[in-house]
Design a protein around this ligand. Structure first.
Ligand code: UD1
Length: 336
């Protein structure tokens, strides 16, 4: 069975690609390498011994997407491609809506014309916005607080409407919590451009000596140690969730939404300590003011995905810390 991954060379896309290949699926990647590297493809080959079919295209381009569906017999699409920097989305909202919404519309049109009926969407827990309570459950009201989050939510609405109107279409919306870690081989991982915004890449770059010290954004939140609490999930567990989502889409019509998180919240200080312990490296840090837009505590209730997708996370926080470091120390400059 052939699966199309848009943005398949990215962090989550590449890990999902490896899991799909390992399970015997064929994979076609559509990527314009806007925020990813072509080297990923050699690494995927090294890990799996298998080739993927690459279309170096922009998924907004209907003619190119039509050509792909004409040439490849695709059974399901996992749509990862998209811009994802929160700060940039505030400065350039139109660019974000244009890219993140047009890609979905183009895919939906072309899929319908080619009778491709299974769509898995890479959404984000950021759609929940500022939670009234935790853990977050799928029925809770969305309240995105930045344009990036709103592009994800708009996509969810479009996909839900499309599934409601087309009895052949299956849509699975996946809201990811905070993916960290890397494939055990250390051959693929997260390779942010410039100074990382996210916590784990920042820590690994301090560990490798590229950055001097971590700044912890606030220690006066209403959490057990005052630092922000998040639901960190190993990217390989997250990737495996996509295989379950494909299976679900193939056997259910309509649109369904699932959280992909572990259900456990860890604070920034928990992460720093776990990283130090797992890897025997000291991470110097200072406390800085809160970062605008951050919230105190944010973690999933993953029960719906546990039950209906039969998906469970396997990796511990120690695994996440060890694998993040294994990737960074083998690739101090990412894929550069
Ligand atoms: C961020 C994005 C979110 C996106 C997610 C992807 C924001 C506001 N939110 O979520 O939309 O889906 O990444 O993984 O950008 N921290 C530090 N020092 C740092 C970096 C982070 O103390 O240098 C803290 C943060 O304050 C937070 C925690 O670490 O408490 C996690 O931060 P981060 O990795 O950026 O993830 P989110 O903010 O949860």
């Amino acid at each position: 069975m052939k699966i199309l991954l848009t943005g398949g060379a990215g962090y989550i896309g590449s890990h999902t690609c490896v899991e799909l290949l390992d399970q015997g699926y064929e994979v076609v990647i559509a990527d314009n390498f806007d925020n990813s590297s072509k080297k990923v493809l050699d690494r995927i080959k090294k890990i799996t011994g298998k080739n993927v079919i690459l279309y170096e295209i922009d998924v907004k381009d209907k003619m190119d997407v039509d050509k792909l569906f004409d040439e490849q017999k695709i059974e399901a699409v996992i749509h990862f491609a998209g811009f994802k920097a929160v700060g940039e989305s505030c400065a350039f909202p139109v660019k974000y809506y244009r890219n993140n919404v047009d890609t979905t519309l183009t895919l939906l049109e072309s899929m319908k014309e080619h009778n491709v009926n299974n769509f898995v969407f890479s959404s984000s827990a950021t759609v929940y916005g500022i939670p009234e309570s935790v853990p977050l459950q799928e029925w809770m009201k969305p309240g995105c607080i930045n344009p990036y989050g709103r592009t994800k939510y708009v996509n969810e609405l479009i996909l839900k409407d499309a599934a409601d109107a087309d009895e052949n279409l299956s849509v699975v919306l996946l809201r990811y919590f905070n993916p960290i870690g890397a494939h055990k081989s250390g051959l693929i991982g997260e390779s942010p451009s410039g100074i990382p915004n996210n916590l784990m890449p920042y820590i690994t770059q301090v560990a490798v000596g590229k950055l001097e010290q971590l700044g912890i954004f606030g220690d006066d939140y209403e959490t057990r140690d005052g630092t922000g609490v998040r639901d960190y999930i190993h990217v390989v567990d997250l990737a495996k969730g996509h295989l379950k989502a494909i299976e679900y889409a193939l056997s259910h019509k309509g649109c369904e939404l699932f959280n992909l998180g572990t259900g456990t919240g860890y604070s920034v200080l928990d992460i720093v300590k776990a990283f130090e312990k797992a890897n025997d490296i000291k991470i110097p840090y200072t406390i800085k003011p809160r970062r605008a837009g951050d919230i105190a505590e944010f973690y999933a209730d993953p029960k719906k995905a546990n039950k209906e997708l039969n998906w469970h996370t396997e990796n511990t926080l120690e695994d996440m810390c060890r694998d993040s470091w294994n990737w960074q120390k083998k690739n101090p400059n990412g894929y550069e």
